[in-house]
Design a protein around this ligand. Structure first.
Ligand code: PLP
Length: 473
């Protein structure tokens, strides 16, 4: 299994090389040279597997055994996907919400340590990084900017791991009390919370400035764990397979998935699963008012927007106007034509839109790839949270509500519609309260967490100060 760049660079890389590198040398994204397939016999055998063994089976298709041997991968997946970390033996249990929409089910992906779906992949990534850095005898300094979910998922995955330090910038005073407590209460020596007096974009600018200082980047081995990381995408394929197996009894049956989307990382894994042969009917892509992806799937025009045209919404983890993983799908759409992808992204990188609405590929997209897209508004999300709660007793968060709303009219008789739950309502308590009149109750552990001492340094938006903190470690 070798990986190549969506923009045609001739270099080929192994899974473990792709794991620690960011973009390809030509600025493209890495993808498997040929996508592995799931056979009917495998799908049948997988029905009996617990989650960690299913993860091993699926990930084995993406990793050559002379790269990471099978026993090592089995040990890593077994240590990651446990009831202790994810709350249940099922890891990603399904629950029906027939009272709201017959055939609709919710797949719980948010029962990990930070209560958002990013834990599903990030928890494994922490162990993969520790293994890979250990055998290279290297140390990695992960530098990131977060407005909430990504930073905390990265910290909970990397805490205490050998060979990894995390330096996470967050906008001072702009995250919810719950998010602050979750991140800043970590006391691990390898986790460094840096609150920047500014907004998320100021944090992001500092990360870019540090990364653009190539000498500093090389000297301190600076890396990232953002959503283009292929290790994350491949680990996400597993819960699509798991959801399919849990909702069906025979391989002739199909299911659909509905996915709250921002950077196109989560739903890209669904696309990969479908291309591998998992019997998926429709992939429902849901966005909020930041609808750059829904616009593409409905018009053939991809029009990324600058951050000042990005709305702040009640599903903030989807407030994205340039979907970093989307290039991987476009590579498949245009039949692995790297020159074409490179030409399209020359436009995108200049801040321009592209229009492929007149191509045969775009016209055949829905039938060939199963994508349907839609958007929700703030009022839609409030109404959806309220209605789902009143009719089923199930409380959902604002991101999951996006997908429930968009998917409802798309449910087909006999085809389960599995909505991916990307966060728990307690993370977005204020909006949930506006919908149902009460805040989701905190568990005893969460109440205790809210009272823990915080470990964070607050700084002015200053690149040199951040470099000094990293160098000081
Ligand atoms: C990250 C995130 C999303 C968006 O996922 P993408 O992979 O960026 O499309 C949706 N909901 C929640 C709660 C998230 O944390």
């Amino acid at each position: 299994m070798q990986y190549l760049s969506t923009r045609g660079h001739p270099a080929r890389q192994s899974f473990s090389q792709v794991l620690l590198s960011g973009l390809a040398e030509d600025g493209g994204l890495m993808l498997p040279e040929t996508l592995p397939k799931i056979t009917d016999a495998e799908l049948t055998a997988w029905r009996a597997l617990p989650y960690h063994a299913l993860a091993h089976a699926v990930l084995s298709k993406f990793i050559a055994t002379d790269d990471i041997d099978s026993a090592t991968l089995a040990a890593l997946t077994k240590a990651t996907y446990t009831k202790e970390v994810f709350g249940t033996d099922d890891i990603t249990p399904l629950r029906k919400i027939d009272g709201y929409a017959p055939g609709m089910q919710i797949e719980a992906l948010s029962n990990g340590p930070t209560l958002a779906f990013k834990d599903m992949a990030m928890q494994l990534l922490g162990r993969l990084f520790e293994f890979e850095l250990g055998r290279r005898n290297q140390t990695l300094n992960i530098l990131g900017a977060t407005s909430g979910d990504t930073g905390s998922a990265a910290e909970y995955a990397m805490r205490g791991r050998k060979g990894v330090n995390v330096f996470m910038l967050s906008p001072a005073g702009r995250m919810s009390a719950f998010q602050r407590a979750q991140m800043y209460s970590l006391q691990d020596a390898n986790i460094h919370n840096i609150a920047v007096e500014g907004v998320f974009d100021d944090c992001q600018d500092i990360v870019k400035a540090v990364s653009n200082d190539l000498a500093f980047k090389r000297q301190y081995n600076i890396g990232t764990v953002n959503s283009i990381n292929w290790g994350r995408i491949s680990a996400q394929v597993v819960y699509y397979v798991k959801g399919y197996l849990a909702a069906t009894t025979a391989n002739a049956q199909k299911v659909s998935f509905a996915v709250p989307s921002g950077n196109f990382g989560n739903i890209l894994a669904g696309h990969i699963a479908r291309e591998m042969g998992l019997p998926i009917d429709t992939l429902v892509l849901a966005t909020n008012e930041n609808n750059v992806l829904a616009e593409f799937f409905n018009t053939g025009v991809y029009r990324p927007r600058p951050s000042k045209e990005t709305f702040e919404t009640s599903s903030p983890s989807m407030d994205i106007s340039k979907a970093s993983n989307f290039e991987r799908f476009v590579y498949h759409l245009f039949n692995n034509d790297a020159a074409r992808v490179a030409a399209l992204w020359r436009e995108v990188d200049q801040g321009r839109a592209f229009d492929v609405s007149q191509t045969a590929e775009w016209k055949g997209l829905r039938e060939r790839f199963g994508f349907v897209a839609g958007t929700s508004t703030h009022a839609d999300r409030l109404a959806t949270i309220r209605e789902v709660y009143e009719k089923t007793g199930s409380l959902i968060d604002t991101h999951t509500a996006d997908a429930v709303k968009v998917a409802r009219p798309l449910v087909k008789p006999g085809v389960p519609m599995i909505v991916l739950e990307t966060a728990l309502p307690v993370k977005f308590a204020d909006t949930v309260k506006d919908a149902v009149g009460f805040e989701p109750p905190l568990t005893a552990d969460q109440q205790a967490m809210m009272k823990l001492p915080l470990r964070v340094v607050q700084i002015a938006p200053d690149v040199e100060r951040v470099k000094a903190i990293i160098a000081g470690r």
